[in-house]
Ligand binder design. Structure first.
Ligand code: FAD
Ligand code: SF4
Length: 305
């Protein structure tokens, strides 16, 4: 028997946020946004990842105002600065505040390790995780676009929905009014995302039954028009990993959730179960990237299968 397929999940769903605008701004089905809204409505805080003001990095922030929700929307496919997020969350929990902590599985595990135990007022949500690319890849790409367009970036997304969920677009808007958009997989950023991951992600310790959040969410890859939870603007795969997570999902407002099976949710999403495989070109690419930069390094390689 394939042991990685044993699931501790209480329930599994396919679904999406009801509001079409919110759905279009979200990476997948907008479930992270719905959870965040619910936490803020209940008077709590949300710890999640936003781009810095100049878009040169991704970092943790804590919000308790719905006006800040848009900063969290969308996946940031780059290493994030954790800063003192664990301490800040700890301090809120100690004051009796409720916190929703959203992060990659290793970050959620680190949050629990820092705090030492599960507590009632901490709700955690982890993302299905392929692993991000390096911070320097992101920095170089932002700098490259700003040079080409001779203007500062004022909006940026690696999961832009042009008309629909797929294909994934990279999108940037500049202060001078110009815009850039290209299918993510054909950008140098996309190349680096698939080839140049963090070392720890090739042997991730937080897959399969080692996931430890209350809820896990990701893209429902493989869903089609035949499925009752199909939505061309984005569909999330949602795993209630604990009873607490399932209770939260059962009263989540403004979403449509449809029960489905663990098998269906993971069949086209191997990253729930196992680490990505190291690309054979990684080390050569990394060396060239360090010596000559992203644009030069990508030009030297054909896109991997
Ligand atoms: C590096 C990375 C790799 C991923 N790999 C896969 C994959 O292989 N398969 C899959 O199905 N899904 C993957 N995802 C998850 C997917 O891209 C969506 O983020 C997820 O489905 C949530 O979508 P949503 O519409 O509910 O979120 P939205 O409503 O758009 O909100 C986005 C949420 O993601 C959080 N977030 C964004 N970037 C990061 C980050 N770098 N670290 C921690 N939290 C972040 C924000 O805090 C926010 O709460 C990955 C995400 C990331 C960041
Ligand atoms: S693949 Fe694993 S180690 Fe890498 S960022 Fe995701 S959870 Fe962390």
């Amino acid at each position: 028997m394939d042991m990685t397929r044993i699931s501790h999940d209480v329930a599994v769903y396919g679904g999406y946020i009801d509001d079409d605008n919110e759905l279009m701004q979200s990476a997948s089905g907008g479930i992270a946004t719905a959870l965040a809204e619910q936490m803020i409505d209940a008077g709590g805080y949300v710890a999640g990842v936003a781009y810095s003001e100049d878009f040169y990095k991704a970092e943790y922030i804590i919000i308790n105002d719905k006006n800040d929700l848009e900063k969290l929307k969308g996946s940031k496919y780059v290493e994030t600065e954790k800063k003192d997020i664990y301490k800040k969350v700890q301090s809120l929990l100690m004051q009796g505040e409720k916190v929703l902590f959203i992060g990659l599985p290793c970050t959620v595990a680190a949050m629990y390790k820092f705090w030492g135990e599960r507590v009632e007022n901490l709700l955690t949500c982890e993302l299905i995780c392929h692993g991000p690319t390096l911070a320097k890849v992101h920095e170089e790409y932002i700098s490259y676009l700003e040079q080409v367009y001779n203007s500062k970036i004022i909006e940026f997304s690696v999961r832009h929905k042009k008309k629909e969920w797929l294909p994934l677009y990279l999108y940037a808007k500049f202060a001078n009014g110009q815009e850039f958009e290209k299918p993510f997989n054909s950008t140098e950023y996309g190349f680096a995302f698939f080839v140049l991951g963090k070392e720890s992600c090739y042997n991730c310790r937080f897959k399969g039954d080692k996931r430890c959040a209350d809820i896990m969410i990701g893209d429902f890859w493989g869903v089609t028009e035949e499925d009752e939870f199909w939505n061309k603007k984005g569909v999330s795969a949602i795993f209630a990993e604990t009873d607490k997570g399932n209770e939260v999902l059962n009263v989540l407002q403004g979403v449509k959730l449809f029960p489905t099976s663990f098998e269906k949710a993971v069949t086209n999403n191997p990253m729930v179960l196992k680490s990505k495989v190291r690309n054979l070109q990684r080390e050569k690419f990394k060396k060239l990237f360090e010596e000559k930069g992203l644009m030069y390094a990508v030009k030297d390689y054909t896109y991997p299968e």
